[in-house]
Design a protein around this ligand. Structure first.
Ligand code: 13P
Ligand code: SF4
Length: 319
């Protein structure tokens, strides 16, 4: 509509006027992904969002995603202003790993190297030896295993289980899940594969083990988009948040995409796999934060220093 176009133009103008750049995750609404693309921002997985925010010279980063993504940007760039369309966008993994309980868990396993997923609070990161995202988790744990290290992993138990199976490392796991990926179902996927023998299955490793076991490619959102482009299959069954289809269709325009089946919802729900917190980012709250400020991400300095150490190790390892 004309109103929507006017809002988009206003956002673009304000980004320029504010020396601000938009850093968006693949799961946010495609309008926001498009604005990021068209204004020199970035649309990517959580590792590349962190890297981009740290390296970009803009004085303000506007992070469209969930809270831990904004916090990571602030941890890495304390001198920058970090804004988010909403500060209410949580993540069930972050919520499922409260810092006090996590610190007690670490205290109970003093002999283990603490590796945490980036989907955590700054305080949890501050207690960790390493932060990882799904794109480098297996590689980092392989590296630590080769040094004879035993691992404490938090918070996603499906991803932890997958890393343990893949690397054979000695790992104790925290028990939290992603509300989106935990819903993918083995049984429905079996049936769908039979109905589409020509299809490849792409799975984010926050999904249950039985779903991962049926995958032709397992990886972070960026890695799944790459697989969509490179695999020869004409049809792709995708077990991750449906926000990814915007970029996947760009990457492989002639292929057919099918959402992997989810459980726990009514049969009439056609797009259950969408993160409710990612969905809180929209054109209107993006415009509002650019017009009025507010929604600035703050990380307490004493916590930030610890979180920077483990987060910077992730970026150094990923190089
Ligand atoms: P990626 O690092 O693969 O983008 O994943 C982030 C996330 O929140 C997945 O649910
Ligand atoms: Fe967290 Fe899952 Fe949402 Fe990703 S999709 S932000 S892991 S709740």
């Amino acid at each position: 509509s004309a109103e929507r176009d006017a809002v988009i133009e206003r956002i673009k103008t304000l980004l320029k006027e504010r020396d601000a750049v938009l850093v968006a995750h693949y799961y946010v609404h495609e309008d926001l992904q498009r604005i990021a693309e068209e204004t020199g921002g970035c649309v990517s997985d959580s590792l590349d969002m962190a890297r981009f925010g740290q390296e970009h010279p803009a004085s303000t980063l506007v992070v469209a995603g969930v809270r831990f993504m904004g916090e990571t940007a602030k941890i890495l760039s304390p001198e920058k202003t970090v804004l988010m369309p909403t500060l209410e966008a949580e993540c069930s993994l972050d919520l499922g790993c409260p810092a006090d309980a996590f610190e007690a868990f670490c205290d109970a396993h003093p002999d283990r190297t603490v590796v945490v997923y980036s989907n955590t609070s700054a305080r949890v990161k501050a207690r960790a030896d390493y932060v990882v995202t799904s794109s480098i988790a297996v590689k980092l744990v392989e590296h630590l295993k080769a040094q004879g290290k035993k691992i404490l992993w938090a918070p996603d138990r499906h991803l932890g289980h997958y890393i343990r199976e893949t690397t054979g490392a000695d790992m104790v796991l925290w028990d939290a899940t992603c509300v989106v990926h935990d819903e993918f179902r083995t049984r429905g996927l079996d049936d769908l594969k039979k109905a589409h023998p020509e299809a490849a299955v792409l799975v984010h490793p926050e999904s249950p083990a039985g779903v991962i076991a049926q995958a032709d490619a397992v990886g972070s959102t960026s890695q799944l988009i790459k697989a969509a482009r490179e695999l020869p299959h004409p049809t792709l069954i995708v077990a991750t948040d449906s926000g990814i289809f915007y970029k996947m269709r760009q990457a492989a325009p002639h292929k057919t995409f099918i959402e992997a089946p989810t459980g726990g919802h009514s049969a009439t729900c056609r797009s259950c796999a969408h993160c409710p917190w990612m969905a809180m980012n929209g054109l209107h709250n993006l415009l509002q934060v650019l017009e009025q400020g507010g929604n600035e991400v703050q990380v307490d300095e004493s916590v930030r220093e610890g979180a920077l150490r483990s987060t910077q190790r992730m970026l150094d390892f990923a190089r």
